[in-house]
Write a protein that binds this ligand. Structure first.
Ligand code: DC
Length: 225
């Protein structure tokens, strides 16, 4: 069994940063599942496919090669790693993510990412649905205001010119959409370690996650016959 650590939570909790650091530290692969939803949304927007047209969206998705190459995200032969980070693409991604057909179509790509020696997977339903037998499940939370501030900082660093009020509104609406959808709603797995990161910096969060990972891995080794 390939060991998998899942890191779920709403946007702006720092799960992407923590997942990347953990994967680097363990020398495991990394799956940014949100990037798959974002690239699917961009593919739809580019071809003017309505964001509720499940069948057309799935057809477009099935024609795409696996879009993640290391840290980069590719679509139609173009590196779209930066473009997909726009808040508008996040909102469109959340819209198509409510469609069961789209989630199903993205499942194979996500499961394919589980390769030895291990995988760190970040998203919304990694621990609940995609990898229910994961070795360790983490769920990161933080207050909406804190998450909006972090997201704004991230977007500014990438050269996007968003306002705090706009981000607050967008991620608030996106959370609601992700939490209230009928399929795979955003919620912690019952066996997840939930960490509220509102008053923690990234090093403090990483330490808690890393310690939990080391402990779980050593338990796994000692359990071996
Ligand atoms: O993590 P992110 O902000 O890049 O994700 C963008 C959207 O994609 C998010 O609002 C909901 C959707 N998503 C999902 O439904 N399930 C996942 N595992 C990852 C992302």
């Amino acid at each position: 069994m390939i060991p998998i650590i899942t890191i779920d939570g709403p946007s702006g909790t720092g799960k992407g940063t923590i997942a990347k650091r953990l994967a680097q530290k363990l020398r495991w692969s990394l799956l940014d599942s949100g990037a798959l939803y974002r690239v699917a949304a961009l593919a739809a927007l580019r071809q003017r496919i309505p964001l509720d047209a499940a069948e057309a969206l799935v057809e477009r998705l099935r024609a795409l090669p696996f879009p993640l190459k290391g840290d980069q995200v590719w679509l139609d032969g173009e590196d779209v790693s930066q473009e997909i980070r726009q808040e508008a693409i996040g909102t469109a991604a959340s819209q198509i993510a409510a469609l069961p057909e789209v989630r199903q179509a993205l499942l194979d790509w996500q499961r394919q990412a589980a390769q030895p020696p291990g995988l760190v997977a970040d998203g919304r339903d990694m621990g609940t649905l995609v990898f229910p037998h994961a070795l360790l499940k983490i769920f990161l939370t933080a207050s909406l205001e804190e998450r909006a501030k972090r997201r704004l900082k991230q977007l500014k660093e990438k050269g996007f010119d968003d306002s705090l009020a706009g981000i607050l509104q967008e991620i608030g609406a996106r959370d609601l959409q992700d939490q209230s959808r009928l399929i795979a709603p955003l919620r912690p797995a019952t066996d997840a370690l939930v960490i509220d990161t509102t008053h923690l910096d990234v090093d403090e969060v990483f330490l808690q996650v890393y310690e939990a990972a080391v402990q779980r891995l050593s338990e796994k080794i000692h359990r071996r016959p």
